[in-house]
Ligand binder design. Structure first.
Ligand code: SAH
Ligand code: SF4
Ligand code: F3S
Length: 370
């Protein structure tokens, strides 16, 4: 009987793509995908650290897996390998390794390609493994041709991030910005086309940090067979000159832009280290609407340290002015190591909940009207 693998994924699209690539490596080694945890020989939890809530969900899920190891002991069934992998492994891995003895493998985002070998070792030698290295990710990781969706593929162009927005844990768990070579990106896009996939999304924490991003877009959109090209995420601080004109001219790039503004208050934006002002942001939106004539989506944080009513109203005002097709609205939570965790988290939970709800309700109306 072939061995079975189950991967549960939390977090962003980058993580979804990571789980897909990893599953592909296992399938190439003769594994089958299990329908659920109980069927699996290997259970991997690919996690997110971006907010406390994300970590808590993953932790409680990981805790719930203990039952499988207990059953295994009492019935003498064969060993299931349980692994905590991805961003939260990097953030809290050592703690989890100490506290949860049913977790056999802890592996950070940089070392995912090594997981199949680690799992073999764990089974064979009955050991536990922890790998939180921060090396350059091996290109081999992306080589498998397994895809979750038949018509749409995600292609990573960079990992990590060096922007250090003060609230954000990503630079600590994913490391500083690292680029995949344009040639490697193109090979992967072509492989997707060969698999019959015509819609491609390029992924980076901030695609604008990719040197000559427009040049990369232009190479990718010329690949024969591509019908639709998207990219996420664009940080407003360094949208390259000419990007909107390029989007407008392109017959392939979707007329949609995810452009997170986070806060409408200049004072808060400065504390967030976002590198733009509310005026810069609104100007960008203005030129996008004029030139591309497309839709927009965004991310917003409420309750950042010291956020006063005035700051919150400035955020609300941007939602009202820009009228996004979609807005992802989050309550601030301090993340260890991120710079803002040294600021007092002084907006009460109650007020965060209230502000969160006001924006959710407002955005719901806007999205419905659209
Ligand atoms: N690289 C992307 C963001 C990835 S994190 C970008 O720069 O846009 C996704 C979103 O989670 C962020 O845009 C932000 O709105 C939210 N977020 C990040 N850290 C947070 C924190 N500490 N508390 C609350 N929300 C946070
Ligand atoms: Fe985090 Fe900012 Fe980088 Fe996005 S651009 S991943 S919010 S540090
Ligand atoms: Fe979360 Fe890691 Fe993505 S922290 S948002 S899964 S890069």
């Amino acid at each position: 009987m072939p061995k079975k693998i189950y991967i549960r994924t939390f977090g962003c699209q980058m993580n979804v793509r990571d789980s897909e690539a990893l599953l592909g490596l296992f399938l190439e080694r003769g594994y089958q995908a299990a329908k659920d945890e109980s069927q699996a020989d290997i259970i991997l939890v690919n996690t997110c650290s971006v907010r406390a809530h994300a970590e808590n969900r993953a932790l409680s899920y990981l805790g719930s897996l203990k039952k499988f190891t207990e059953r295994r002991r009492t019935r003498g069934a064969k060993r299931k390998v349980i692994g905590l992998i991805g961003c939260m492994a990097k953030n809290l891995g050592e703690e989890v390794y100490q506290r949860m003895s049913h977790v056999d493998l802890i592996c950070g985002p940089a070392s995912l390609a090594k997981i199949p070998v680690y799992c073999d070792k764990i089974k064979k030698d009955n050991i536990r493994i922890i790998d939180l290295d921060d090396d350059l990710r091996d290109e081999e990781f992306y080589r498998s041709s397994f895809r979750l969706q038949p018509d749409h593929a995600q292609v990573v162009i960079s990992t990590g991030c060096s922007n250090h927005c003060s609230y954000c844990v990503v630079p600590f768990v994913r490391g500083e910005l690292r680029l995949r070579r344009p040639e490697d990106v193109i090979v992967e896009v072509k492989r997707n086309i060969d698999l019959g996939i015509k819609k491609i999304t390029l992924l980076g924490q901030n695609v604008n940090d990719y040197p000559n991003f427009i040049d990369l877009l232009s190479k990718v959109e010329k690949i024969a067979g591509i019908e639709e090209l998207n990219f996420i995420t664009s940080q407003p601080r360094n949208v390259p000159e000419g990007l909107f004109e390029f989007m407008a001219r392109s017959g392939k790039i979707s007329k949609h832009l995810h452009l997170p503004f986070q806060s409408g208050s200049n004072r808060i934006l400065k504390k967030m280290n976002r590198g733009y002002t509310r005026q810069n942001y609104l100007q960008l939106v203005d030129s996008y609407k004029k030139i591309v004539k497309g839709t927009l989506s965004t991310d917003v944080i409420v309750g950042f340290p010291t956020e006063a009513d005035k700051d919150f109203l400035a955020t609300k005002d941007i939602l009202e002015k820009v009228r996004f097709r979609k807005a992802y609205i989050f309550k601030y939570s301090p993340r260890p190591r991120a710079k803002s965790s040294k600021m007092v988290d002084d907006v009460s939970d109650e007020l965060k909940v209230k502000r969160h709800k006001i924006l959710l309700d407002l955005q719901k109306k806007i999205s419905l009207n659209k």
